[in-house]
Design a protein around this ligand. Structure first.
Ligand code: G
Ligand code: G
Ligand code: MN
Ligand code: NA
Length: 252
């Protein structure tokens, strides 16, 4: 309840912020974009993880307001950085099931793209398998988003219970290999088989691929060897506040 009440005021009190984690080529040489990750620094509760407050926001209906705040803030920030020549590449934002379920979501998206001047082809929406299963008419909803030129990535891929047929049916652009498979990929034959199968499948289906949670050079080397092209993880950079992200860019 404290979380729910606090969340109501978080937007008004300016307690929300976005952190940015670089998305890079697996060799670490080039930034291809960044994922925006929501942070809540509550005056009364301290720093609260989205893992904790997103579910509360969904149950209480606050997720729509929260999602619109993220959309507006992320696109405004990224478009400005692009105009200032500070960043290149795509902006990825996370979208929850209840946002997708909202009939207005595609219109919100179109409006923010127009207002910020952001190129839709440089925006990527991340949705989880689990979220997709909870949304009705998902094919139609994602198609409307794809028609705007916005790309759709399947986040945490491999950890949900959805059928592989969604890869055929839905207008997806990219798979994000969940970090659960990357963690032990150096020594674990099952994880190796899974990551290689995902990579082969993505390739055959014309889907882009990014590996999440790359923390070590061993993981990087293994993934490079099997042909993975892009990654995200602490080996390269953690999620950073906007000023820290600017500093990181300046030193890279
Ligand atoms: O950085 P990290 O611990 O913050 O993220 C934890 C989880 O919260 C991840 O699963 C991530 O996808 C989710 N998350 C982060 N930011 C957002 C957001 O803006 N909206 C939604 N719906 N989920 C988010
Ligand atoms: O579920 P999603 O992929 O949207 O959330 C990204 C989450 O992964 C965030 O919580 C982010 O902080 C975390 N993350 C990013 N890189 C790494 C990493 O290399 N290792 C671990 N353990 N977590 C990471
Ligand atoms: Mn994500
Ligand atoms: Na993920």
């Amino acid at each position: 309840l404290a979380v729910e009440q606090g969340l109501l005021q978080a937007i008004a009190n300016g307690e929300l912020s976005l952190h940015f984690q670089p998305l890079v080529t697996l060799d670490g040489q080039t930034m291809v974009g960044a994922e925006a990750l929501l942070r809540w620094q509550s005056a009364t509760l301290g720093v609260i993880s989205p893992d904790r407050f997103i579910p509360v926001a969904e149950e209480s209906g606050l997720i729509q307001a929260l999602g619109r705040w993220v959309l507006h803030k992320a696109l405004t920030t990224w478009a400005q950085w692009q105009r200032d020549g500070l960043v290149q590449g795509r902006l990825a934002i996370n979208v929850s099931a209840l946002q997708l379920q909202d009939d207005q979501f595609a219109e919100d998206l179109a409006r923010e793209l127009k207002a910020t001047g952001m190129d839709p082809r440089e925006l990527e929406i991340e949705v989880t398998e689990t979220a997709l299963q909870r949304v009705t008419h998902i094919e139609h909803r994602l198609s409307r988003i794809a028609e705007l030129g916005v790309k759709i990535a399947l986040d945490d891929f491999g950890t949900g219970y959805s059928s592989l047929s969604i890869l055929k049916i839905l207008p997806l652009h990219r798979l994000k290999v969940d970090r659960a498979f990357v963690r032990d990929v150096v020594g674990n034959a099952s994880d190796q088989a899974i990551v290689r199968a995902i990579a082969a499948m993505a390739d055959a289906l014309g889907l882009e691929l990014i590996a999440e949670g790359v923390e070590s050079q061993g993981q990087q080397e293994y993934l490079l060897r099997i042909g993975v092209k892009e990654a995200q993880g602490w080996l390269f950079a953690k999620a950073m506040s906007a000023p820290d992200f600017m500093g990181w860019l300046a030193s890279h």
